[in-house]
Ligand binder design. Structure first.
Ligand SMILES: NC(=O)c1ccc[n+]([C@@H]2O[C@H](COP(=O)([O-])OP(=O)(O)OC[C@H]3O[C@@H](n4cnc5c(N)ncnc54)[C@H](OP(=O)(O)O)[C@@H]3O)[C@@H](O)[C@H]2O)c1
Length: 343
């Protein structure tokens, strides 16, 4: 009788019996899960859903396009994903539960990067070794994804190369290759994937430009010009397709601590010594947030945003000599202009 009364009052009152004490951790776990799910299903997704609704206010998804991928899973495709900003973006997208496909030329580093992302976040991570300038790159990406049961939902065009030093000192081949990687391949991939995204009325593209895309860059002239093209193209097509459910964002970071500067022989330039640089992870975090919010242009970090304002208000006649001084190459050319092409 006493035992029945105890059970009726519940495990929290009276002396705990063995059954009651074994239920306690379960009750605690249920409570934690409940609060976690409240946060997940009510707060974040609600805000995300509202943003998605706004971004898709004029979307008209095609039933045929949705049907065509019904048996496939969505994937985030990241060019330049083997290191630096691209790798950090891969980790950030994977953290949000996205399966990822990483693309770069050097297969060993690429496979190690994909394995690291898969291990860390328990997502599927494909490694697709290729040069984005290959004419059939878009079709090969399609084939690779389909063969593994995926379709592209997000494209991040992050592969990029730089050239530092006076424009006249660069070979025509080096300049052409830079434009091929930074502008032409990015355009080809954007043009290839955008129709599918629009037809499905969701997904998006991040084109990695640079703060340097907002101003001419003496001593990195071709690089800055290639990034200006990326900013211009991306903002224009983002405006053309506003409200159709597809996010289109140009990411324009200031200096980021990666091997990019050393690879183009600019590690000793004054901008590397004098300007604050973000980490690749900080850049990826800000980029992901901006992408979810539906930004068309994102400059990560407070310093980056202050520099963006400075670029708007300081007259070019004053600004460009300063930028030229900051970008001046101060080391002997340790790496050949054609290094990237030969790699
Ligand atoms: N670091 C900065 O301060 C900074 C600032 C603003 C913007 N950005 C831009 O951010 C992007 C990434 O820069 P990062 O600093 O992360 O550079 P990074 O560390 O040198 O990484 C570049 C990535 O692109 C890949 N890649 C280069 N050429 C390729 C090609 N032809 N085909 C396929 N993959 C290629 C590289 O792998 P493989 O060599 O194996 O191909 C690597 O994964 C670039 O577009 C850059 O312009 C960088």
């Amino acid at each position: 009788m006493a035992g029945r009364a105890q059970r009726a009052e519940g495990p929290s009152s009276g002396p705990p019996d063995r059954k009651g004490s074994s239920l306690l951790p379960l009750a605690l776990a249920a409570r934690v899960c409940y609060h976690h799910s409240l946060r997940k299903t009510k707060d974040r997704p609600l805000l995300r859903r509202l943003i998605d609704l706004w971004l898709a206010r004029n979307a008209q998804p095609s039933a045929a396009a949705l049907e065509a991928v019904a048996h496939l899973k969505p994937m985030t495709v990241i060019t330049g994903g083997s290191r630096g900003i691209g790798f950090a973006l891969a980790r950030r997208f994977a953290k949000a539960g996205n399966d990822v496909a990483l693309i770069a030329r050097h297969a060993d580093a690429l496979e190690a990067a994909a394995a690291a992302v898969a291990r860390e976040r328990h997502v599927k991570a494909l490694a697709i070794a290729m040069d984005v300038t290959d004419a059939d790159a878009p079709q090969r990406i399609d084939a690779h994804l389909a063969a593994n049961g995926f379709y592209p939902e997000t494209l991040v065009n992050c592969a990029g190369v730089g050239l530092s030093g006076p424009f006249v000192e660069h070979t025509e081949e080096a300049i052409s290759y830079l434009l091929e990687v930074n502008s032409v391949a990015l355009t080809r991939l954007t043009r290839h994937f955008l129709p599918g995204l629009l037809a499905r009325g969701k997904g998006g593209i991040i084109n990695v430009a640079s703060l340097g895309g907002l101003v001419p860059g003496p001593n990195q002239a071709a690089y800055y010009a290639s990034k200006a093209y990326v900013v211009s193209l991306t903002r224009a097509i983002a405006t053309e397709n506003a409200g159709r459910g597809v996010r289109l964002m140009a990411l324009a970071p200031g200096p980021v601590n990666t091997g990019f500067h050393r690879a183009m022989g600019a590690e000793l330039s004054f901008y590397r010594q004098l300007m604050l640089a973000l980490s690749a992870e900080q850049t990826a975090r800000a980029a992901y947030r901006g992408y979810v919010l539906g930004c068309h242009l994102l400059v990560p970090g407070v310093t980056g945003k202050l520099l963006q304002i400075a670029l708007w208000i300081i007259p070019h006649a004053l600004l460009l000599p300063i930028i030229g001084w900051l970008l001046r190459r101060r080391e002997e050319r340790p790496w050949s202009d054609t290094l990237d092409k030969e790699a």
